[in-house]
Write a protein that binds this ligand. Sequence first.
Ligand code: AMP
Length: 301
Amino acid sequence: MSVLVVGTTALDSIKTPYSENPRLLGGSASHAAVASAFFAPTRLVGVVGGDFPSKHLNLLRKHRIDLTGLERVKGGQTFHWSGEYEVNMNNRRTLETVLGVIEHWQPVLPGELETTPFVLLANISPQIQHRVLDQLKKPRFVVADTMDLWMNIALDDLLRLLKRVDCLVLNDGEARQLAKEDNVVAALPKLHHLGPRYVIVKKGEHGSLLSGPEGLFVAPAYPLKKVIDPTGAGDSFVGGLMGYLASQKKGTINQNLRRAMIHGAVVASFCCEGFGLSRTTKVARPEISARVRELEKLVRF
Ligand code: AMP
């Protein structure tokens, strides 16, 4: 089954203590769609300006991502994000966000996308996430990703969105902020109370935590000796998770979600090994399977 991903298609300028890389292909939807496409047919819904290089479009196409839902605004400016990492790579500072064509974007889904069963509302404003959801016909599983920015400037829209989704994915700091609770485990029932049946809390290099009808599950992160650039790791995690879920012919979503988190964690690990999408877009499927097997061994006791 196929996956629809809506989010940002961006140009990212990324600075680490070792290197600086301007205007790379990035954005929540680009990272998530590339990750999802390893496992399932994937449709990207987004918007870019006339400055978006055609080599980026070609790269997305090479990964068999359906771009019928990608709008191009001639003369418009593509969403641009720039960020800087500290030495330990866990702390990141946003230097600049230029919304460009995203600011007034009113997504209109091409008819053939309306019946996509698996829907990932990747990080973008909750207003846009609502608008896409409004146009979908009975999706089977809807996952929403978000960030602290939307809790600060669009909380009402975000809270309304949470009543409409099956699963919320957010990082530990955001979980604390949204639940107004310092302890992440104690935050979980509060987050369920806001709507979603499943909540997944990402904890960076420490893995992720699923809370659902069968209680908790802890997924590790793949242990990396060297992180080059973690930008997009969260998007790759949730994109990989969705693609894996959509690819499974047997079992329920509930039964497949744990393995999906492991596959998401593995794609995220590749993402961290290069700037932007440079490493992820060179990964071969057997490399993913090999890391999944390694993770299985690492957590068996
Ligand atoms: P992550 O490292 O998983 O948090 O994702 C980073 C990606 O999110 C980058 O490629 C950015 O282009 C994108 N991004 C940054 N800020 C925003 C924002 N406000 N809304 C949506 N996407 C964003």
